[in-house]
Design a protein around this ligand. Structure first.
Ligand SMILES: O=C[C@H](O)COP(=O)(O)O
Length: 244
């Protein structure tokens, strides 16, 4: 049985004054919602955010990690450093890093491997552009990203995949529940690394309180990776509260 995961990705948002988000979220969220909750703040807030979440009602993750364990890599933050901050998860291969920082699937796989070595659970992101979808190659693009980005050694229970169609990110234009379910079923079908039934697959792209319940109903939709709507604690809590 796969437990739903509601994950927030703050992207490049958040200052120390925003740490009160944690208490505001707890005031608004149903503590018995049948899901795990994860927040990925920026590196600068990781340790302080994790220190406020010691009861583990909110798990903490980073938005990226460096491929190397340690060494002369100015500006990089290793997976081991992320774990040392109290985080358990790390996002790898978000489309904003693939597009904005030239990250290839091979680079994403190296980062996911580094995350696993540090005891973290990588959330490996895949997703097609609008051009890909309109050309009818969405499944092929996602298949290629998946095969290139997922380490050989994984089983399914030790990683998470996030399907995030690029055209739905921050645009207010979410994939339909049917399109999301269809791509998630495809990802599970082609999963060749162990136990596909154990793999949690999140949907990301303009998930809000008014569409979350509909999207999460898909049999292969095991949660959501939420950008903009995770910045507001009440809004994020509404999404958590919509999990059935
Ligand atoms: O990681 C989160 C996704 O990029 C979705 O962002 P969004 O909810 O702002 O569309």
């Amino acid at each position: 049985m796969r437990r739903t995961l509601i994950a927030g990705n703050w992207k490049m948002h958040g200052l120390t004054a925003d740490l009160s988000w944690v208490e505001a979220f707890h005031r608004a969220a149903n503590p018995n919602a049948p899901c795990d909750v994860l927040v990925c703040p920026p590196f600068t807030l990781l340790a302080a955010f994790a220190a406020r979440c010691t009861d583990k009602a909110i798990e903490v993750g980073a938005q990226d990690c460096g491929p190397a364990a340690t060494g002369a890599y100015t500006g990089d933050v290793s997976a081991q450093m992320v774990a040392d901050c109290g985080a358990r998860y790390v996002i790898t291969g978000h489309s904003e890093r693939r597009a904005g920082h030239g990250e290839t699937s091979e680079a994403v796989r190296t980062k996911a491997d580094a995350a696993l070595s540090a005891g973290l659970i990588p959330i490996i992101c895949v997703g097609e552009t609008l051009e890909d979808r309109e050309a009818g190659r969405a499944e092929d693009v996602v298949s290629a990203q998946l095969h290139g980005s997922v380490p050989e050694s994984v089983t399914g229970a030790d990683v998470i995949v996030a399907y995030e169609p690029v055209w739905a990110i921050g645009t207010g234009r979410s994939a339909s529940a049917e399109d999301a379910q269809s791509m998630h079923a495809h990802i599970r079908e082609i999963w060749s690394r162990g136990r596909p039934e154990a793999l949690r697959i999140l949907y990301g792209g303009s998930v809000k309180p008014d569409n979350s319940a509909e999207i999460l109903v898909g049999a292969d939709v095991d949660g959501a990776l939420i950008g903009g709507a995770s910045l507001d604690p009440e809004c994020f809590a509404s999404i958590v509260n919509s999990v059935r």
